[in-house]
Design a protein around this ligand. Structure first.
Ligand code: ATP
Ligand code: MG
Length: 562
C-alpha cells in the first residue's frame, strides 16, 4: 500500500507544474511580454504627465506638448489592449491546462485503478479531481505571469530611473521592490503558514462533516438525531469562524505592512529627490520624472505580495496532483501478454492479504470450466468478494497460482483478461446517462435487439419498458429512485451483454424477489451452456442452481459435498 511521503519543496513543485505546461509555455511567455509592456504603458501615462510638467518647469525636453499628450493618450489605449491580450493568454493557458490536467489525472487513475479506488483514499481522490484542479487554474492564470511581470517591470523601472533621473533614486526604488515583493511575502507567508494550514484543515474537515451530514440526513432523521447533529455543526462552524478570524487578521496585517512599505518608500524617494535637487545633482524636472516613475511602479510587486495566501494552497494542490501523476500502480497493466479464449480456470494455493501478515485468503484451491455454475458461500467478511477481485486482477496475489487455460494470470494481456472475465459487483453504478448508454458501456456497439435480449435475461426489460422514456430514460432523472434490485439487474444485463466466457456474480440476486430471481436463475442456467459462472450468494435458493459449491471459512476453502 502507498506510504505517505513528505511534501516536495515549493520550488520543485513550481518547476514541475511549469514543465506540465508543455507547448503552452510559449503562450505564457507571450502573456508575460504583453503584461510587462502593459504595465510599462500604464506607467508611461504618468511618466509622460511628469515629462509635461518638467517641460513646463523649463526642462530641456525634445518633445512638443502635442507629442507628449499624444503619447500619453496612445499609451493609455495600448495599455488596455495589452492587458486584454495578457489576460486572454493567461486564461487560455489556464483552461487548456485544466482540460490537460483532467485528462492526465483520469489517465493516471485508470492506470492505478481499481486498487486505488478500492482503497480508503477514495474521498481524497474526488476532492483532488475537483478542488485541486481548480486551485491549479489560479496558479497558471494568476501566479506565474505576475511574478515574471514583477521582475521585468521592476528591472525596467530601475534602469529607466537610473538613466533618465538618478541612480540614487533607482536604488531607493530597488530597495522598495525588494521589501514589498520579496521580504514582505516571505515574512507574511512564514507568519501565516500555521494559521493557513490550520484553517484549511478545519475548513476541509468541516466541509466533509457537513457533506456527510447531508448525505446521511435520512438516517439522522430516522434516528431522531437531528438536534445533536445540528449542535455539532454549530460548534464546528464556530470553531472554523475562530480560525477564519485568525487568518484574516494576519492577512490584514500583511496587507497593511505592504501598503505601509509602499508609502514609506515613496516618501523616501521624494525626500531623496528633494535632497538631490538641493544639492544641485539633478534638475527639478528630472526629479519629478524619477519620483513619478517610482510612484507608479509598485503595482506588479504588490500583486506578488498578495500571492502567499494562495501559494501555500497551490503548492499543496500541486503536490497532490503531481504525486498522483507519478504514482506507481499496485497492479501493472500488461500490454504484450498472452491472449486466450476462456475454457477453464484453476486456482492453486492462492494466498492474499490486504495488509502484510494479515491474510484474508490462504491456500485457496478451486476450479471452474465452461458449462458449469460454481457456487461460493461463506460468512460475511470471509473474503468471497476478495477472491472474485483477485480473479480479475484488481490486486496482485501474494502467493499461489491463478491459471486461465493453464496460463498464469500475471502473464495475460490486461485487456484480454477483461474481455474474458466479467464481474457484477455487489453494487452497480449507474451513470447520469440513458439506460441504453448505461448498458452500452459493456458493449459499445450493441444493437437495440442485443440490449433487449440482455435485459430480458436479467429480468429488467419489462421494468424499463414501463418507464415513459423506455431505454432512453435518463438514469440520473431517476436519481436514487431505482431500487437496489433494479440496479442490480441492470448490472446483470451489462454482464450478459458483455458476453465473456467467465462471469463472476457477487450476490446477483440479494435484492431481487423470488419471481425475478427465478427468471434470472433460468437465464443463468441457459447461459452456462457455453460459459462458466462463479456465483457468490448467501441464498439457498440461488445456490440450488450451482453444479458445485465451495465454502470459504477463516480464509480457507473446501468443496461442499452435496
Ligand atoms: N480494500 C480493502 N482494504 C482492506 N481490507 C479490505 C478491503 N476490502 C475488503 N477488506 C477486508 O477483507 C475482508 C474480506 O472482505 P470481502 O469483501 O472479500 O468479504 P465478503 O466475503 O465478500 O463479505 P460479504 O459477504 O459481506 O460481501 C474483510 O475483513 C474486509 O474488511
Ligand atoms: Mg462481498
Amino acid at each position: 500500500m502507498k506510504k505517505q511521503t513528505s511534501r516536495m519543496s515549493g520550488g520543485r513543485i513550481m518547476a514541475s507544474l511549469i514543465v506540465l505546461l508543455g507547448s503552452l509555455a510559449y503562450v505564457m511567455v507571450f502573456a508575460v511580454i504583453n503584461g510587462t509592456l502593459g504595465f510599462l504603458c500604464s506607467m508611461g501615462v504618468t511618466v509622460f504627465g511628469a515629462v509635461g510638467i518638467a517641460k513646463a518647469l523649463g526642462e530641456q525636453i525634445a518633445l512638443s506638448y502635442g507629442w507628449i499628450i499624444g503619447l500619453t493618450v496612445g499609451l493609455g489605449v495600448m495599455r488596455g489592449a495589452l492587458r486584454f491580450v495578457e489576460q486572454y493568454c493567461n486564461h487560455y493557458i489556464a483552461f487548456r491546462l485544466l482540460a490537460v490536467l483532467r485528462d492526465k489525472i483520469f489517465t493516471a487513475l485508470r492506470r492505478l485503478c481499481p486498487a486505488k479506488l478500492e482503497s480508503k483514499q477514495k474521498g481524497s481522490i474526488i476532492s483532488m479531481l475537483t478542488s485541486d484542479i481548480e486551485t491549479l487554474e489560479v496558479f497558471y492564470a494568476h501566479t506565474v505571469s505576475p511574478i515574471c511581470i514583477a521582475i521585468t517591470v521592476s528591472t525596467a523601472v530601475f534602469l529607466f530611473v537610473g538613466f533618465v533621473s538618478s541612480w540614487y533614486l533607482s536604488l531607493v526604488a530597488l530597495a522598495g521592490f525588494i521589501a514589498v515583493g520579496i521580504i514582505a511575502p516571505l515574512v507574511s507567508s512564514s507568519l501565516m503558514r500555521d494559521a493557513g494550514v490550520k484553517y484549511r484543515a478545519r475548513f476541509s474537515a468541516f466541509n466533509a462533516y457537513f457533506l456527510d451530514s447531508i448525505k446521511g440526513i435520512k438516517d439522522i432523521v430516522l434516528n431522531n438525531a437531528g438536534d445533536i447533529r445540528k449542535n455539532e455543526v454549530d460548534e464546528r462552524s464556530e470553531e472554523l469562524l475562530k480560525h477564519t478570524h485568525e487568518l484574516k487578521y494576519k492577512i490584514a496585517n500583511a496587507t497593511a505592512f505592504t501598503e505601509f512599505t509602499v508609502s514609506f518608500m515613496t516618501l523616501v524617494a521624494t525626500a531623496v529627490a528633494v535632497a538631490l535637487v538641493l544639492a544641485g545633482k539633478i534638475s527639478v524636472g528630472k526629479a519629478i520624472i524619477g519620483v513619478v516613475a517610482i510612484f507608479g511602479s509598485f503595482g506588479p510587486v504588490i500583486a506578488i505580495s498578495a500571492l502567499p495566501g494562495n501559494l501555500t494552497q497551490t503548492f499543496a494542490s500541486g503536490d497532490r496532483v503531481l504525486k498522483l501523476l507519478g504514482e506507481k500502480p499496485v497492479v501493472e497493466r500488461i500490454e504484450n501478454g498472452i491472449k486466450f479464449d476462456f475454457d477453464d480456470l484453476e486456482v492453486k494455493d492462492l494466498y492474499f492479504g490486504y495488509e502484510k501478515d494479515n491474510a484474508v485468503l490462504e491456500d485457496i484451491c478451486m476450479n471452474a470450466k465452461r458449462g458449469e455454475i460454481v457456487g461460493i458461500v461463506g460468512e460475511s467478511g470471509c473474503g468471497k468478494s476478495t477472491l472474485l477481485k483477485l480473479l480479475m486482477r484488481f490486486w496482485s496475489k501474494d502467493g499461489g497460482e491463478i491459471l486461465y487455460n493453464g496460463n498464469e494470470i500475471e502473464t495475460i494481456n490486461s485487456d484480454n483478461l477483461l474481455d474474458n472475465v466479467t464481474m457484477v459487483s455487489q453494487s452497480t453504478y449507474l451513470f447520469d446517462e440513458t439506460i441504453a448508454d448505461n448498458l452500452r458501456i459493456a458493449k459499445e456497439d450493441a444493437t437495440d435487439e442485443e440490449l433487449e435480449n440482455a435485459c430480458r435475461q436479467a429480468s429488467i426489460h419489462e421494468f424499463i419498458c414501463q418507464m415513459a422514456g423506455g431505454y432512453d430514460t435518463k438514469a440520473g432523472a431517476l436519481g436514487d429512485n431505482l431500487s437496489a434490485g433494479e440496479k442490480q439487474r441492470i448490472g446483470l444485463a451489462r454482464a450478459f451483454l458483455r458476453g465473456s466466457g467467465l462471469i463472476l456474480l457477487d450476490e446477483p440476486t440479494s435484492n431481487v424477489d423470488s419471481i425475478n430471481e427465478g427468471i434470472i436463475l433460468r437465464s443463468l442456467a441457459e447461459q452456462k451452456k457455453d460459459k462458466a459462472i462463479i456465483l457468490v450468494s448467501h441464498r439457498e435458493s440461488t445456490m440450488a442452481i450451482a453444479d458445485r459449491v465451495y465454502r470459504i471459512d477463516k480464509g480457507r476453502i473446501s468443496e461442499v459435498a452435496r
